[in-house]
Structure formats: structure tokens, C-alpha cells
Design a protein around this ligand. Structure first.
Ligand code: 5GP
Length: 238
């Protein structure tokens, strides 16, 4: 497998072509951004930790029947993945209220709603990734209604699997963001990372935040929180 030119550079990752048109290499950086890129920093070892955490989570999801872009981990910062065309959508799942929903609707963080909340955001930096609904997503050409049916079906299954996984290591899965893509074969698969950058993870007993909110809210011990998530998942995977 030969690494070729960079195809894309995002806030936390780079994507490289390979000599196989169906495969790419994802490279995890230590860069962290928040508030649509206004706040920027480097978090020590974040790239390595998110690579390791995503590897454990994706392997678990694949074992449980979720189609994903992940093929294998190449080294401390890189994964080999299927090349996909990413839907310009962030799919957000909320098991507890926090973050933007807490602010927007003035509901205290940590409130458990009677239902699971699904949100879509339109991935568009210039617009600040606005919250949209299914009909907007279809209208802007991000996907079809048929794609959305597959995406929601997978998202519900992924949520149940992730709740169980984190519960088994003493962590509450408060909310998370996932992305989907279409492979060259036309299959819709889970893509991108699942890590403390993309999920709110609270310790079950203390409700300590073990995720990117430590960076967003200047709570300190950011790298240590990511390390803690990895340590717990690694013990389980071992
Ligand atoms: P909120 O809408 O409350 O800010 O975020 C909800 C969940 O989705 C959180 O777990 C947050 O980490 C994740 N999330 C939302 N937007 C983004 C984003 O642009 N990048 C990343 N990495 N995560 C996001």
C-alpha cells in the first residue's frame, strides 16, 4: 500500500490517497478547534489517542454488524479506510441534554429526555454547520429521503451499541456526532472518527467530563481525559 498525495485537510485530520482508488489513509493530528475554528490549540497526544479509541470503537461496531469505512490501523496516527463520498451532514444523537441543545432550549445539562433526540447539521463552514431538518437536507441536495432512512436506521443501532460499550466501562454516553459516506460500490457506511472529540462522555459516578468539553470550556486536563477513555476501552478490548 503506497501513500500518495493529500486529498483533504480538516481541522483534526488529513486524508491521503493511496495507489488503490478505493482506499484512503486517514491521519489524526493533535490540532483541536472549537466554536467553528475560533478557538485553536494542540492537545498533547490527541491524534494518537483518537486513532486508538476510534480503532476500538469501529472494530466493536463492525463486529456487531455496522457497515463502516474502517479497514485497519496502520500505525499510531493512521488508519486505512474505504474511500467514500461523505454526505455533508453531521448526525447528532442526544441521550441526555447538553451543549447547544441545553443553551438553545434552556434545559439544564444532564437532563434525561423521555426520548432519544436526533439532529442533522449541514456541514458547511461558511454557514457555521447550521441545524437543519430532513426536508432541508434533501432540498440542499445533501442526500435523498431513501439515504436518510438508511442513515437513521444505522444511527439508532450505533447508539444502542455505543451506550452498551461505554456503560461497560463506567461512562455515560451523553451525546455524539457521526458522519456517513457512500463507497465506490454504492454502500452507505459509517465514516469519520468516534472519539472524545465527537462525543460527550461523562464518568458514571462523578459525572466528570472526559471529552472535548474540557478544551471548549477551559476545564484543564484535556489530554488526561482522552487518555482515561482510551485506558478504559483498552482494558475492555484486551
Ligand atoms: P452540540 O450541538 O451540543 O455542540 O454537540 C453535540 C455533540 O456532537 C457533541 O458530542 C459534540 O462533540 C458533537 N459535535 C457537534 N458538532 C461537532 C463538530 O463540528 N465537530 C465535532 N468534532 N463534534 C461535533
Amino acid at each position: 500500500m503506497e501513500k500518495k498525495e493529500q486529498l483533504y485537510e480538516g481541522k483534526a485530520k488529513q486524508v491521503f490517497a493511496t495507489d488503490d482508488p478505493n482506499l484512503i489513509i486517514m491521519h489524526y493530528k493533535d490540532d483541536a478547534t472549537a466554536y467553528n475554528g475560533i478557538k485553536k490549540a494542540q492537545i498533547k497526544d490527541k491524534g494518537e489517542l483518537n486513532n486508538k479509541i476510534t480503532t476500538i470503537i469501529y472494530s466493536y461496531l463492525a463486529k456487531n454488524g455496522i457497515p463502516t469505512h474502517y479497514i485497519k490501523t496502520l500505525n499510531e496516527r493512521e488508519e486505512l479506510c474505504k474511500k467514500v463520498k461523505i454526505f455533508p451532514l453531521e448526525v447528532i444523537v442526544r441521550n441526555y441534554i447538553a451543549g447547544s441543545m441545553s443553551k438553545r432550549l434552556d434545559i439544564p445539562e444532564g437532563t434525561k429526555p423521555s426520548n432519544v433526540i436526533y439532529e442533522l447539521c449541514y456541514k458547511n463552514d461558511a454557514l457555521g454547520d447550521p441545524l437543519i431538518n430532513d426536508h432541508h437536507a434533501v432540498a440542499v441536495g445533501a442526500c435523498t429521503y431513501e439515504d436518510l432512512a438508511v442513515i437513521y436506521d444505522l444511527t439508532k443501532k450505533i447508539n444502542l451499541l455505543l451506550i452498551d460499550l461505554f456503560k461497560s466501562v463506567g461512562i455515560i454516553l451523553v451525546d455524539f456526532k457521526i458522519e456517513f459516506g457512500r463507497t465506490n460500490d454504492g454502500e452507505i457506511v459509517l465514516a469519520d472518527e468516534i472519539s472524545p472529540d465527537t462525543a460527550r462522555l461523562w464518568d458514571e459516578k462523578t459525572h466528570d467530563k472526559l471529552d472535548k468539553d474540557r478544551f471548549r470550556r477551559d476545564l484543564g486536563h484535556v489530554s488526561e481525559a482522552y487518555q482515561e477513555i482510551y485506558a478504559r476501552l483498552e482494558r475492555l478490548a484486551a
